[in-house]
Design a protein around this ligand. Structure first.
Ligand code: SF4
Length: 696
């Protein structure tokens, strides 16, 4: 069928936190042409390999098209009544904390908002957490400790306006490719210096003037050393420190007590980095999963923030610490409070005044009073029977959680599990008592927020297939059937967005950062036509950077420097498990490949699970190039293709986390990862598990 003449749809890529705009051209036969949107501020028309292959991922062959109960197709009424009844009965018998939602950074803000409202305001528990916990929870914790709120100070343009960009634990070339291209283009044009801090040599190092291949997990020592150096050479901004911060003395004392030797770096390389940082006012420090996925992730974040606060380098063009998120809507999830320790609109769950305001706004009958279970704790509670009814939406924890075998067994043993997803073929969906068909990218309708706070519309270009429904509609329908008809009487995502924006006005009234009250009166047509817009959006201001005025969201308006000390990863090595396993993404796959696995051209890049290992380690354990290795940890084992490379860190091989399957030969790497977490953020330590490596 000739689709010429079908309208072009402006939407957003569903993968990484860059949040590229896409133009979708439906062909009229269920297919989609996809190209970059030249008008979107994040990508200006560019797309990476994953974005360009989106059109290959919209086929219906693997889609879940009707609700299923115990594997048998049924109607929505039967499935939804069962979900509402089982959740209500469980709450009545065992209390609100006996149920949990585990959601996803793939959900749209409107989906997240409704799920969070249902759990925190009506069920009366904060047991809603998200796979974003695995992505950037340490950044949230670090931001809140330093700034008083989870605020990203800068914008993408800062990477192009900086004279020095420091990339810490970030393989931006593969994980945020379009942002990397923007940085590479700026570097070519204006000579931006680039420093990469990473135990592994990655594709990102191709544009690095300096690669600091530090020992895994020693970022705090590196940045504490930098802090001490900045004072020594007189590079501190004393006026900024005196007028706009607290905690300098304690933070400096802690920093001075650390030894740079812990990093294992050559003194000359460290000195060169410190000189560059001290001498360059326009410096942006980008950090990502290498910082966050650590048992000291929050401290790593604050060690970086301390250096920017001590030099007053934030809130101005080309300056600032910059967290880049892994997922398309990790930021939107944070905005609606979709983490177990947050309230909506960046309000604090621990603050009675904030809780009362949200309770009143929602007319909520049973407001959560304290933090719920974070992801790792949540699945432990599922495993030991404290959680008796679980709803997993748009994610695959049986593969992606640390200690994935134990998580899979916990879900299997849960008294009642609901999974809403686009397919029945994930490892998690196979374990569900009730499977609910959700709309996917290309069909979904709502908003997402990218890493620089830009809110963009995801618009539908294809009809919902079969009986699939939007996630917000499924959560709302269950809320209605649980007895809260009025509170969940949504008919369209625009209604939810307006409510979300109106709630943010209350947050603004409390002096919080997240304020999109300027969008609270959007008409349906205005919502439909909404252009990408960076928050805040209020009567007072729109978009731009935070903290240029030196005012922070703490009670006294000052930023806090946080004393942090270098500490070893929580997971201990032993003679039996002598290596540290680093896990992460490859260039062309996404999460557990539910979508990217459908695009043949994406599998051509790296077609099978592998272990990248340094030649000296390979020789020690007797591995042959392109042979097979068995990698074993106390949690599980995986069989991986051997890739011997000097790019790997000595003692710390790397394996990608995308592959799924029941057996060790499937290369399910998160089955190896220890369920150790950062004590502040609850984020798992996904890059430092103790493992043994042997030939297979
Ligand atoms: Fe999508 Fe990220 Fe690639 Fe942009 S850079 S096209 S958002 S995966």
């Amino acid at each position: 069928m000739d689709g010429a003449g079908l309208p072009q749809v402006r939407s957003t890529c569903p993968y990484c936190g860059v949040g590229c705009g896409v133009l979708l051209r439906p062909d009229g036969a269920g297919g989609l042409g996809v190209e970059g949107d030249p008008a979107h501020p994040a990508n200006r028309g560019r797309l990476c390999s994953k974005g360009m292959a989106l059109g290959q991922t919209v086929g219906l062959e693997e889609r879940l098209l009707a609700p299923r109960v115990d594997g048998v197709e049924t109607g929505w009424d039967t499935a939804l009544d069962l979900v509402a009844t089982r959740f209500s009965e469980t709450i009545a018998k065992h209390g609100p904390d006996s149920v949990a939602f585990y959601v996803s950074g793939q959900l749209l803000t409107e989906d997240y908002y409704v799920a969070n409202k249902l759990m925190k305001g009506f069920i009366g528990s904060a047991n809603i957490d998200t796979n974003s916990r695995l992505c950037m929870a340490s950044t949230v914790a670090g931001h809140r400790r330093a700034f008083g709120t989870d605020t990203v100070p800068g914008i993408y343009d800062d990477l192009e306006e900086a004279d020095l960009v420091v990339l810490v634990g970030s393989n931006m070339a593969w994980c945020h490719p379009v942002l990397f291209r923007r940085l590479a283009a700026a570097r070519a044009e204006r000579g931006t210096k680039v420093v990469v801090v990473d135990p592994r040599r990655t594709a990102t190092c191709e544009i690095a003037d300096l690669h600091l291949k530090l020992r895994p997990g020693t970022d705090v020592a590196l940045f504490n050393g930098l802090f001490a150096h900045l004072r020594e050479v007189g590079a501190l901004d004393m006026r900024f420190l005196l007028e706009h911060t607290t905690g300098f003395d304690e933070a400096f004392r802690a920093a001075s007590a650390d030894q740079i030797d812990a990093t294992g770096l050559a003194a000359g390389d460290v000195a060169r980095f410190y000189r560059m940082f001290a001498a360059t006012e326009r410096t942006v420090t980008v950090f990502s999963q290498g910082v966050n996925q650590s048992s000291t992730g929050s401290d790593k974040v604050n060690a970086i923030l301390n250096c920017h606060l001590a030099t007053g380098r934030l809130g101005q063009p080309g300056q600032g610490p910059f967290s880049v998120t892994g997922q398309p809507n990790a930021m939107g999830g944070r905005e609606v409070g979709g983490l177990a320790n947050m309230l909506a609109a960046h309000l604090d769950l621990e603050d009675a005044g904030h809780r009362a305001a949200v309770r009143s706004f929602w007319s909520a009958p049973a407001m959560a009073e304290s933090a719920g279970l974070k992801a790792v704790e949540m699945f432990r509670a599922v495993g030991d029977g404290r959680i008796k009814a679980l709803w997993i939406a748009g994610t695959n924890p049986a593969v992606s959680m640390p200690d994935a075998d134990a998580v899979r067994d916990a879900i299997r043993g849960c008294a009642f599990t609901v999974v809403s997803d686009i397919t029945a073929r994930t490892d998690t969906a196979r374990l569900a008592d009730v499977l609910l068909p959700a709309t996917g990218w290309g069909e979904k309708d709502g908003t997402v927020t990218n890493s620089d706070r830009t809110i963009s519309r995801q618009r539908p270009a294809l009809p919902a297939p079969g009986q699939a429904r939007h996630d917000w509609a499924i959560f709302a329908e269950v809320g209605r059937r649980m007895g809260w008809a009025e509170a969940f009487d949504y008919r369209a995502p625009a209604e939810i967005f307006r409510e979300h924006a109106a709630l943010s006005k209350i947050a603004g009234g409390f002096g919080r950062d997240f304020d999109i009250s300027g969008l609270a009166d959007l008409s349906d047509a205005g919502y439909e036509a909404l252009e990408p817009v960076r928050w805040p959006v209020s009567a007072n201001r729109t978009g731009g950077r935070f903290f240029g005025d030196g005012r922070f969201f703490t009670p006294d308006g000052r930023a806090r420097l946080i004393p942090v000390r270098q500490a070893a990863p929580a997971t201990r090595r032993s003679p039996r498990y002598p290596f540290r396993l680093n896990t992460g993404r490859t260039r062309d796959q996404w999460h557990t490949m539910t979508r990217t696995g459908l695009a043949p051209r994406l599998s051509r890049h790296l077609a099978e699970p592998f272990l990248q290992i340094h030649p000296s380690d390979a020789e020690t354990v007797g591995l042959e190039p392109a042979g097979l290795a068995r990698v074993t940890s106390p949690q599980g084992s995986a069989i991986l293709r051997v890739l011997i490379s000097e790019d790997a860190a000595i003692g710390a091989p790397f394996a990608p986390m995308h592959w799924t399957g029941e057996t060790a030969s499937a290369g399910r790497v998160d089955a190896l990862v220890a369920p150790m977490t950062d004590a502040v953020s609850g984020q798992p330590e996904s890059k430092a598990s103790a493992v043994a490596v042997t030939p297979f």
